[in-house]
Write a protein that binds this ligand. Structure first.
Ligand SMILES: [Fe+2]
Length: 373
């Protein structure tokens, strides 16, 4: 299968994966089913729901199989429960009881069970977040990323559970900030930013005595940076709680890859470049190294543009180097070339991926896809 952005979806293409809606009113609504042949109405539906694109069948790329990161039912259940907890917290001006914390803990348990026994923790999928930009959705993503990073770091199950709890609750303090400030499109004034900065402490005040000291510290420190430029305290490296350091990487990654309020979403490769540039300044290098094992710059089934100006599709990612996957060339005449191993094939050491290949005009792609009609 191949991931085709919505601009290039054409009637006649065959869907290779179900498309579910995950937004504030639909958590598990099946929009379109695998095997359906696209027509103009279906393509309009995909565009209408702000879905970036779809996985499409292709004979030449039939060996590429993209699986959901976690089970769709578990995702919708976790989203719906997290939403309830977040809105209960908002409506009661920050009251949260032990039974809500128990629910958070059970969501985290389910996510850990799902992720702990997965063969491959790599976040190799592009359509995972067809979400709106609600705080609870972001917190669930951060919980998932933090749990996976914790597993990759080899932490104990207890610590992974703590990390998941801190991830799921890390921004709950934002629910006490006026919506006009929280969702303001555009730049915040200094006064508004000062209000935003209160959210880690808001959460700590309300969660005190309900979660452990370590979970609280992780939440409190998730905006601190190693070089002391973070908030609320401007703590430096050794004074920042370890969970706070893990959360901060996952938080920034998810915020930058899903932020639709001010700008177009950045693609993983762009965000990874930014995050790698912040190693040892903003983020702990050891944690970052393990985080970079669970995400990929170029998910399988997506197009990339190469420095030799060729278009290719990502076939396999290596956890040891997420910038150099195995790729399959699409020639301008629509024929498909051999697989090239950018990591281990010495003949291609000087070839680099320059960008995600999201402009397919003047490429052989139309011929490749036509074969699936
Ligand atoms: Fe935050």
């Amino acid at each position: 299968m191949l991931f085709i952005t919505n601009k290039y979806l054409k009637p006649g293409m065959i869907l290779a994966k179900d498309i579910y809606l995950y937004n504030n009113s639909n958590f598990n609504t099946l929009l379109l089913t695998k095997g359906q042949v696209l027509n103009n109405t279906y393509i309009q539906k995909i565009t209408y729901h702000n879905i970036d694109g779809a996985y499409i069948e292709s004979e030449e790329f039939a060996d590429i199989i993209v699986e959901s990161y976690i089970d769709d039912k578990l995702l919708s259940k976790s989203l719906s429960q997290t939403k309830d907890i977040y809105y209960e917290f908002k409506m009661s001006s920050g009251k949260i009881n032990r039974s809500s914390i128990k629910k958070v803990s059970s969501i985290v348990d389910d996510l850990i069970t799902e992720l702990l026994y997965k063969d491959n923790l790599t976040y190799n999928i592009i359509d995972f977040k067809n979400y709106d930009t609600y705080t609870y959705q972001h917190c669930l993503n951060v919980a998932l990323l933090s749990i996976s990073t914790g597993i990759s770091l080899g932490l104990s199950e207890q610590k992974i559970h703590d990390l998941g709890m801190a991830g799921l609750l890390h921004d709950i303090g934002k629910m006490l900030i006026p919506v006009e400030i929280l969702n303001k499109p555009g730049k915040l004034t200094n006064e508004e930013f000062e209000i935003i900065k209160t959210h880690p402490e808001n959460a700590v005040k309300k969660l005190k005595n309900l979660v452990s000291y370590d979970v609280l510290s992780g939440i409190e420190n998730h905006h601190e940076k190693l070089d002391g430029t973070g908030y609320p305290y401007g703590k430096t490296d050794s004074n920042i709680h370890y969970y706070g350091k893990v959360l901060s990487v996952c938080d920034v990654y998810d915020a930058l890859t899903s932020d639709r309020s001010y700008k177009k979403t950045s693609f993983p490769n762009e965000v990874i470049e930014y995050i790698m540039g912040c190693a040892d300044k903003q983020f702990d290098y050891e944690i970052l190294k393990h985080f970079l094992k669970i995400i990929v710059a170029y998910p399988i089934g997506t197009f990339v543009r190469l420095s030799n100006d060729k278009l290719a599709v990502v076939v396999k990612n290596y956890t040891e180097n997420i910038m150099r996957p195995i790729i399959r060339i699409i020639n301008a005449d629509g024929t498909v070339g051999d697989d090239i191993d950018l990591l281990y094939d010495k003949d291609y050491m000087n070839v680099t991926i320059t960008d995600m290949g999201y402009d397919y005009s003047n490429s052989g792609l139309s011929k490749v896809i036509k074969s699936t009609y």
